[in-house]
Design a protein around this ligand. Sequence first.
Ligand code: CP3
Length: 366
Amino acid sequence: MSIGSVHNFPALKNDLILRAARGETTEHVPVWVMRQAGRYLPEFKEVRAKYSFFEVCQTPALACEVTLQPIKRFDLDAAIIFSDILVIPQALGMTVEMVPEKGPTFDEPLRKAEDLDKLNSKVDVERELGYVFDAITLTRHKLEGKVPLIGFSGAPWTLMFYMVEGGGSNTASKSKKWLYTFPEASVKLLNILENVIVDYLVGQVKAGAQLLQLFESHAGILGPNLFFRYAMPRIESIAKRVKQKLTEQKLDPVPMIIFAKDAHFGIKELSTSGYDVVSLDWTIDPAKARIIVDSKVSLQGNLDPCALYSSKEEISIHVKNMLEKFGTQRYIANLGHGVYPDFNPEHVGAFVDAVHEHSKLMNKKL
Ligand code: CP3
């Protein structure tokens, strides 16, 4: 059953990204940008001057408004619901704030195995995260079918990283210390997270999300041993369980994207882990990645975000080089990670337009 018919959503006018994710032919390469809604946009800063970060996430009308901001400005092929991966630790009972200049900050990070008992591990996702579902449903209506809406979640390890570190960290020494010294408690925590993530992603699809992206943003720091032991099995299980639950509930499946940043060592395995799309960071050469990954998977990425500091003319050249390496099919253009707050919005527009222009020309030559 299509969710669109349940909610009476407007008909979709641009399904390029869905086709690219499913491996169907596209007339030009679809493009969206990680963190396309955010502080580089003056209209976003205006909203943030009046409301805290999590107030925006928790108020469907505001989350919808900022989700649509980049769609109004640029010729993007997808919207991503405005939220944050840290809404799951909040749903589990932890207090997180977004501190200016510092980023996410937990008031009481997990310190010892017994701290897990304080978590609300049997969380009712509908009750605790229903505001995200409401924001998704509202945004699907307000998008008027212009482009598909992406839902997302953090992956278990990346959420554990923040819950133990209490915020950002370059070394992950506190959270990796857990993996080495409390393996049982770590597995318990990762499993709690996996269960919530599955329900959360299924809930997003029911609310109207048309694609899902799982962010394993801190994959690289694990290295292959810890990644394959702790992160990968859950990444795999999440795709399988989400797809299974959608089938059981007689709902149409949606394409799923995995972004495991800096996990060079795992891209082959990621390409057969049940996801339709593997998203690459900029440190991997696209041509090499194509050779390594399974031929049935689509790729996403991977321009170095800092390339958007160069002139519009140079951005166009960077994009052309990137497209030549990826090819125009089974491909979704994006940056290799999120937008930075000091980006010139016009350069984000130049990136989007260059993807369309160059890929149309390349397809003419095919
Ligand atoms: O992409 C989008 O436009 C959708 C919104 C989105 C946000 N966070 C909004 C946000 C998405 C998809 C995320 C995911 C997210 N959040 C990730 C995974 C992606 C990645 O970057 O690796 C992570 C690790 C987080 C956790 C998080 N949230 C951090 C580390 C920070 C601070 C970073 C910073 O630049 O300050 C945030 C804050 C955040 N999330 C902002 C936005 C727009 C900026 C905060 C603000 O407005 O004050």
